[in-house]
Design a protein around this ligand. Structure first.
Ligand code: PRX
Length: 644
């Protein structure tokens, strides 16, 4: 089953821009004349002055990643202004609210909205290099805010609506944002998320932040408290602002945004993406992988607060002059089939989502899909976690009705855009495999010791050379950047993922090899969870692990050691600490209160054992002789069995 091969259906292949010959030529050009190849790709976006050099990157020593360094540009010009000449009346953005309301903005209208917002930011003194936090629901103004930051040369820091006040406070302080943009509330099914109140609490928590103005968008009209001198209602400012705003000309290496993501240790890190290389990568990958056509309606279901939303809701498709769809709601609210209704209503052609959503939709049954007219779809995509062959086949057969290629795209916040994925008409697909690296991507597998694996094999997924979309550093901590990604094997970027390569050179991602847990496509660091539980002094210590979960991909399980006894409700306190420090999205599946944790003689927690115990795989616990106290295991197994 796993090696079943799917070629693009003839009707799709006949219209696709990149066939097998063209792909081969691109690969040859990228390896034989990389400098020229990448400078040609840079021509996909608009430059104030085009670059004359492509890469000046070095993975060794201090690690320097630079692309198109002598070019100058403004990202919002590529996404807006240059389309005004050719497609001012084309719809750039379709928004559908969860309750069915909708809005369509042409390129001309989006340009004006962005200019007004940019002028509001300028009035508040925001300029080149300043950081602006964007904390909004999935409404058109989230896209507008990002592009407005880009327009004035500010660095956006988009913050997820599901973060707790404490998580927001940490990111505001770390990024040094001087202005934040929030909304009264976000709608989430029948629930409301009090964004403004969360932001108030975040700002009150610490003096370490630099936020001097908070712009507030009205979404639900809920009652909120405005703090005079700091808070401003956004609508009247937008109405007063001028409808045009000249764009700042930035250097290619000026940061476009900082986006926080979780690692295996420490606090989340602010990945820094540079304007020129990131934009080229977003445009290049969106065009090739999604076989972009001018009449496409492109729906990427990600929240703009994640990298997928940055690259494939906003920058990639808009740079390519596409029409994007933004849907505020959940897949099955108010009833199953809501997403299919959105596809039918707006004649979506390209649908890009995550395996966790595909699994949930699959559970609702095929008849829910069949009730909707999905004939507009021509291409399907998946991202964020490994997709099992059965979910892939369901997506292909039931949603795509066998008519649409499925592109399984592997990439990360750090890579800026897609790295390994089929070009739909030129790379036959195997369900469950992300297939081949894109032209110009130098993926390799290394052993634990850092030796290169040739041909078939399994190892750690690394990159041997830089690519334009690569993150440049961690905000404020270049040493951590170097240590995290370049110390595993000198001269290589280490992704943190494991992969297998088959005899056709196809990659099969096996998941993280570090302590990052992927719950429903959300990256969660075990250390973040453990630090959160540690804020509650009723716990002496704890360990967080991920175990296989039918719907979520991985489920979060926490083993917590109470300081004294196991009082009623103690597990609930651990969950509360996690929700308070990280956010509701990180609430664990299960908390086990245990007397002790398995450790090596040097005091390192043996997570491998915890994963097995949590997954009830007691037969294969393996060699326990490295434990400082092997009897811990029996006590742990007993405690877990008692708690079900
Ligand atoms: O483990 C890989 C998994 O998601 C991680 C990156 O998460 P994040 O930075 O939040 O970006 C998610 C969207 C790009 C990776 O290290 N991952 C992502 N795509 C895939 C995947 N695992 C398997 N297959 C994929 N297609």
């Amino acid at each position: 089953m796993q090696d079943e091969i799917f070629h693009a259906p003839p009707a799709f292949a006949a219209q696709a821009a990149v066939d097998a010959d063209r792909r081969r030529l691109m690969e040859q050009a990228a390896s034989a004349r990389p400098e020229q190849f990448w400078l040609e790709q840079a021509g996909r976006i608009a430059w104030a002055s085009p670059p004359t050099i492509a890469s000046a990157s070095d993975f060794t020593g201090d690690v320097a990643i630079r692309w198109f360094a002598d070019g100058t540009l403004n990202a919002s010009i590529s996404c807006l202004d240059r389309h005004l000449a050719t497609r001012p009346d084309q719809v750039a953005l379709i928004w559908e609210g969860q309750d069915g309301q909708s809005e369509r903005l042409t390129y001309a209208a989006l340009h004006e909205r962005v200019c007004r917002m940019a002028n509001v930011l300028r009035t508040l003194g925001v300029g080149r290099g300043d950081r602006v936090a964007v904390h909004l629901p999935l409404v058109a103004d989230s896209v507008v805010a990002m592009l407005a930051c880009a327009r004035v040369g500010a660095v956006h820091v988009v913050l997820f609506g599901g973060f707790s006040a404490e998580a927001l406070a940490d990111r505001l302080a770390d990024s040094g944002a001087i202005v934040a943009i929030t909304a009264d509330e976000a709608r989430r099914g029948a629930k409301r998320v009090p964004l403004k109140a969360m932001m108030d609490e975040a700002l009150a928590r610490t003096d370490a932040h630099a936020v001097r103005a908070l712009l507030v968008l009205r979404v639900t009209g809920a009652e909120i408290v405005m703090q005079p001198g700091r808070d401003y209602a956004l609508a009247p400012l937008l109405a007063q602002a001028a409808a045009d705003c000249p764009a700042e000309t930035m250097s290619a290496e000026d940061p476009l945004f900082v986006l926080y993501t979780s690692g295996s240790t420490g606090k989340p890190k602010g990945m820094v993406h540079a304007t020129g290389g990131y934009m080229v990568w977003a445009a290049f990958t969106h065009d090739l992988v999604f076989d972009h056509r001018p009449d496409d309606v492109f729906w990427c279901t990600a929240d703009v607060a994640w990298i997928t939303g940055h690259s494939y809701v906003v920058y990639g498709p808009l740079a390519n002059g596409g029409t994007i769809l933004l849907f505020e709601g959940l897949p099955s609210h108010p009833a199953p089939g809501r997403w299919w209704q959105v596809i039918a209503r707006h004649r979506v052609t390209t649908f890009y989502t995550a395996p966790t959503a595909i699994r949930a939709l699959m559970r609702e049954g095929d008849d829910v899909v069949a009730r909707h007219d999905l004939s507009s779809l021509r291409l399907l995509g998946s991202v964020g976690e490994p997709i099992s062959p059965d979910a892939w086949l369901w997506f292909h057969d039931v949603v795509g009705q066998g008519r649409c290629p499925v592109v399984d795209t592997w990439w990360q916040t750090e890579t800026g855009g897609i790295m390994i994925a089929p070009l739909p008409a030129s790379v036959p697909q195997k369900p469950g495999s992300a297939t081949l690296p894109l032209p110009g991507v130098h993926s390799v597998l290394l052993t634990d010791k850092g030796a290169v694996i040739a041909g078939e094999g399994e190892g750690c997924l690394c990159m041997a050379q830089s690519w334009p979309g690569q993150a440049r550093t961690i905000w404020g901590d270049h040493a951590r950047f170097r240590q995290t990604y370049f110390s595993f094997a000198p001269g290589y970027y280490f992704s943190g993922d494991g992969a297998r390569r088959d005899s056709d050179g196809y990659y099969w991602i096996t998941g993280r090899v570090d302590d990052v847990i992927n719950v429903s496509g959300h990256r969660i660091g075990s250390a973040e969870i453990e630090d959160a539980v540690a804020t509650d002094h009723r716990f002496a210590e704890c360990a967080a692990v991920g175990i296989a979960h039918d719907l979520k991909g991985q489920g979060l399980v926490v083993f917590a050691v109470p300081r004294d006894g196991t009082a009623d409700g103690l597990a609930g306190h651990a969950t509360q600490a996690i929700v308070r420090v990280v956010g509701r999205y990180a609430a664990p599946e299960t908390i086990y209160l245990v007397p002790d944790l398995p450790k090596t003689r040097s005091g390192k927690i043996v997570r491998r054992l915890l994963r097995k115990i949590a997954g009830h795989e007691l037969d294969g616990l393996g060699d326990l002789s490295t434990l400082a106290d092997p009897s811990v295991v029996d006590r742990l197994v007993d405690a877990v069995a008692r708690q079900g």
